[in-house]
Design a protein around this ligand. Structure first.
Ligand code: NAD
Ligand code: UGA
Length: 481
């Protein structure tokens, strides 16, 4: 018999849990959706009356939260109450790379998933479908099942026996386009064994996703497909960035090469933008997880193949910071460098694994004076990422007089502050407003010789004609000098 879901609980109100549950609540007004999180600060921000204070910036998100919050969408930290009344529970907690112990630096740390499963085991009542929404190593469903089954037997004397089915339903949204991706997904993947549970989840998505886009697989294929999708996407970026480096030394242009190869439908035109290297919380961690799993199962060659994708990315980020130093006569000590963009891509305030972090750290290590601008990232986030407090003065003379061994940085709320007496500007995120900069009016403000390093191809080189700015563009061999 099919079960009709009336009450959903999602554990984890992060970049996935928050937007995903908002869209489910919006599309399924007959279902009550409770999103719970142990982070009280985050929950309070989800509940803030000023919708510009939501903890996550995603185009279209605040409009949905405005429509559904307090009606069938609720954010709280009450796990017990919301787990106990749920027919279906999504686990959408963080799964970062382990930092210590066996598999450190490679394997996913499942401590938050395990903690969630234990809470479900403790508080769930009646029959409950548990859905893995987090990205997990293949065969994690067994861990969750074991925890639920073990708890079932130990709690059975003290409370009504709960029963469970476990499904895998990985999320494929990309940040910055999360709402669009959730409202019009290219596919929804459901992995599992129990047909009633699969149909119950299928029925939720069917409220807005055409049935032919909802794929059913076995649970292990579903878990592995998620890691594989991210690995393939990241591999394309490392591939195009490797060719970009070759373009710069041979006179070719990576945009032209990408267009030429992307016209072949077997290759496809998407995800071929050369940039400062992939960032974001998932690509690196998911590939490292794949590497760990491959090694674990004795597949050394498979592990080495995927490890190369991450190695190329790290090398590429270093290549950019070294190149900036080289072009500025081998030293950036005390030189003002404007950094345009700190988030790992446009349209998000997320900085996790952003290439800007490693590039800025390298330049600070070389003694540079950085003016960092980002339209969405907050100053205190940059402080955390760089592990360095903002310098309190923006006075360049003072900086030079300090004879700095290590660089300093300041946050610029306004783009125009970036250019005054700057030796260089480095574009690291493709925010739309950076493509609108009038370089002709900027040019006289900068110290000569001045460089613009465009790692995101946001500048049309024609816009610099008639200025005395030197331009470096990612993968552009026509600019060899
Ligand atoms: P996140 O860090 O933004 O959010 C996770 C939330 O879970 C945090 O707010 C944390 O406080 C909460 N949490 C952790 N343990 C908890 C517990 N025991 N009880 C209650 N709350 C708990 O992470 P995210 O970016 O939303 O990613 C979540 C998962 O989704 C990861 O596995 C990630 O790989 C995957 N994923 C992420 C994206 C993305 O774009 N960020 C896309 C697809 C898949
Ligand atoms: C990625 C995947 O695209 C999602 O499908 C997946 O759900 C998600 O990871 C996840 O599992 O977390 P996301 O990291 O949000 O989404 O963003 P992407 O658009 O994939 O960009 C990742 C990084 O690659 C960014 O730094 C971006 O600037 C870079 N990128 C992307 C390029 O350098 N070139 C491109 O052509 C595309």
């Amino acid at each position: 018999m099919k079960s009709k879901i009336k009450n959903i609980c999602c554990i984890g109100a992060g970049y996935v849990g928050g937007p995903t549950m908002s869209v489910i609540a919006d599309k399924c007004k007959h279902i009550k959706v409770n999103v719970v999180d142990v982070n009280m600060k985050r929950v309070n921000l989800w509940n803030s009356s000023d919708l510009d204070n939501l903890p996550i910036y995603e185009p279209g998100l605040k409009e949905i939260v405005k429509r559904r919050r307090g009606k069938n969408l609720f954010f709280s930290s009450d796990l017990e109450k919301n787990i106990s009344c749920a027919d279906m529970i999504f686990i959408s907690v963080n799964t970062p790379t382990k930092v210590r112990g066996e598999g450190a630096g490679m394997a996913s740390d499942l401590k938050w998933v395990e903690a969630s499963a234990r809470k479900v085991a403790e508080f769930a009542k009646g029959h409950t479908i548990v859905v893995e929404k987090s990205t997990l190593p293949v065969r994690t469903a067994n861990v969750i099942k074991e925890i639920l089954e073990a708890a079932q037997s130990s709690f059975s004397l003290t409370k009504t026996q709960a029963t469970f089915n476990v499904l895998s339903n990985p999320e494929f949204l990309a940040e910055g386009s999360a709402i669009k991706d959730l409202e019009k997904p290219e596919r929804v993947l459901i992995g599992g064994e129990n047909q009633n549970a699969i149909h119950a989840l299928n029925d939720i998505y069917k409220n807005w996703v055409p049935q032919e886009k909802i794929l059913h697989t076995n649970i292990w294929s579903s878990e592995l497909a998620k890691l594989t999708a991210n690995a393939f996407l990241a591999q394309r970026i490392s591939s195009i960035n490797s060719i970009g480096a070759l373009c710069e030394t041979t006179g070719a242009d990576v945009r032209e090469v990408a267009r030429a190869i992307g016209s072949d439908s077997r290759i496809g035109s998407k995800f071929l933008d050369s940039g400062p290297g992939f960032g974001g919380s998932c690509f690196k961690k998911d590939i490292l997880n794949l590497v760990y799993l491959s090694n674990y199962f004795g597949l050394k060659e498979v592990a080495r193949f995927w490890e190369g994708v991450v190695e190329l990315n790290t090398w590429h980020q270093k290549r950019i910071s070294r190149l900036v130093v080289r072009k500025l006569f081998g030293t950036v000590r005390g030189k003002k460098i404007g950094i345009l963009g700190f988030s790992f891509k446009a349209n998000t305030n997320d900085t996790r694994e952003s290439s800007a972090i490693s590039i800025c750290k390298d330049l600070l290590e070389e003694g540079a004076f950085l003016h960092i601008h980002d339209p969405r990232v907050e100053l205190n986030q940059i402080e955390l990422d760089l592990n360095l407090k903002q310098y309190c003065s923006a006075n360049k003379t003072e900086i030079n007089n300090q004879n700095l061994e290590e660089g300093v940085w300041v946050f610029s709320k306004f783009i125009k502050e970036i250019f005054e007496a700057a030796d260089a500007v480095l574009i690291l995120t493709e925010w739309h407003e950076y493509s609108l900069i009038n370089w002709k009016s900027i040019s006289p403000k900068m110290r000569k010789p001045s460089w613009i390093f465009d790692a995101r191809s946001v500048i049309n080189p024609k816009d610099l004609e008639g200025t005395d700015l030197n331009l470096w563009r990612i993968g552009d061999g026509s600019l060899i000098n």
